[in-house]
Design a protein around this ligand. Structure first.
Ligand SMILES: NC(=O)c1ccc[n+]([C@@H]2O[C@H](COP(=O)([O-])OP(=O)(O)OC[C@H]3O[C@@H](n4cnc5c(N)ncnc54)[C@H](OP(=O)(O)O)[C@@H]3O)[C@@H](O)[C@H]2O)c1
Length: 279
């Protein structure tokens, strides 16, 4: 999802290569090459063929419940895979942007998390993404670790498309009232990353759209903007959904460092949602 959007945005200004795993290119604005982050050899071949100045590493096993059920695969892809990427970048003197997640935090507090707060992940997905962060920090000097959250984009099915389609079909859906976060439009994140890579203040950043909501509040706003009845939205506590992995309850990422270095805050999530829905 994010990788496709980055190819679209970055190819306007840079020669851009998208690395595909099992899928085929669904668009033509960048050159594509197949590769696998769990194989050093595969990554070395990709680097040899493309000679990048920067790598933006968006690859991950993002199925949070899947990661909980198969912790070994989560470790191999998210942790070891990222270590491979970091090592190949170090060997070839390439800058690395690693996309990480709000799920490195436990969500136990009720104030926004800054880049200086200590991570404490509560599920396998978050734990393996954090190991990825640590590999990047220990292997490289020229890196950005960018934590983001609740992504949506026209390049993949996502929470917004699921809610919108369910509402339009008239299907009732259950949505958690006790998960708070920061919805983020991949287009806005990609544009923010395009700015960030021009900075030299390396390190950890939080980038999300402005504003916060609950999953239920997010779903209600989707209904409002689509002008459909929100009665089908059933508010429920997260634990009643019976999901395999625990989710942090309150994770609001404070993008203060990004604002300081790049000079702006991403727009409010409701405006980003409106653009997405009209697209
Ligand atoms: N989605 C969110 O709400 C969210 C929130 C916070 C952070 N993030 C982070 O943002 C990044 C992008 O997320 P996304 O939602 O765009 O994820 P996504 O749509 O699930 O894309 C992940 C990509 O990683 C690829 N991949 C998986 N295993 C691979 C491997 N061994 N080698 C190479 N590529 C591999 C997948 O390819 P195949 O499908 O072909 O295997 C897929 O194209 C991830 O790092 C994620 O952790 C996402």
């Amino acid at each position: 999802m994010l990788g496709a959007e980055l190819c679209r945005v970055l190819s306007q200004e840079h020669e851009t290569f998208g690395m595909l795993h099992q899928s085929q290119p669904g668009h033509t604005w960048a050159s594509f090459i197949h590769g696998d982050i769990t194989s050093r050899e595969s990554l070395e071949q990709v680097i040899e063929k493309t000679s990048p100045e920067w790598v933006i590493h968006t690859a991950a096993w993002t199925d949070v419940d899947g990661c909980e059920s198969n912790t070994e695969k989560a470790y191999v892809v998210n942790a070891q895979g990222t270590e491979n990427v970091a090592q190949v970048c170090r060997q070839n003197n390439i800058g690395l942007v690693y996309i990480s997640t709000d799920y490195v935090f436990d969500g136990e507090r009720d104030t926004p998390y800054t880049e200086k707060d200590t991570p404490n992940p509560i599920n396998s997905y978050g734990k393996t993404k954090l190991i990825g962060e640590q590999a990047v920090q220990s292997d490289l000097d020229r890196y950005f670790i960018v934590r983001t959250a609740w992504l949506f984009s026209e390049f993949s099915e996502n929470f917004v498309s699921w809610v919108a389609q369910s509402l339009q079909r008239g299907d009732p859906i259950q949505v958690a009232v006790d998960q708070t976060g920061s919805p983020t439009y991949c287009k806005d994140l990609a544009q923010a990353l395009a700015k960030l890579v021009k900075a030299t203040e390396y390190g950890v950043y939080h980038i999300v759209n402005s504003g916060t909501t609950t999953r239920y509040g997010f779903a209600r706003e989707i209904a409002r903007q689509l002008e459909v009845d929100a009665e089908q939205l059933i508010p429920i506590r997260f634990e009643q959904l019976g999901r395999v992995a625990q989710r942090p309850q309150y994770i609001v990422l404070a993008p203060g460092r990004f604002e300081k270095i790049c000079g702006y805050m991403p727009r409010v999530w409701q405006d980003a949602l409106a653009e997405y829905l009209s697209a």
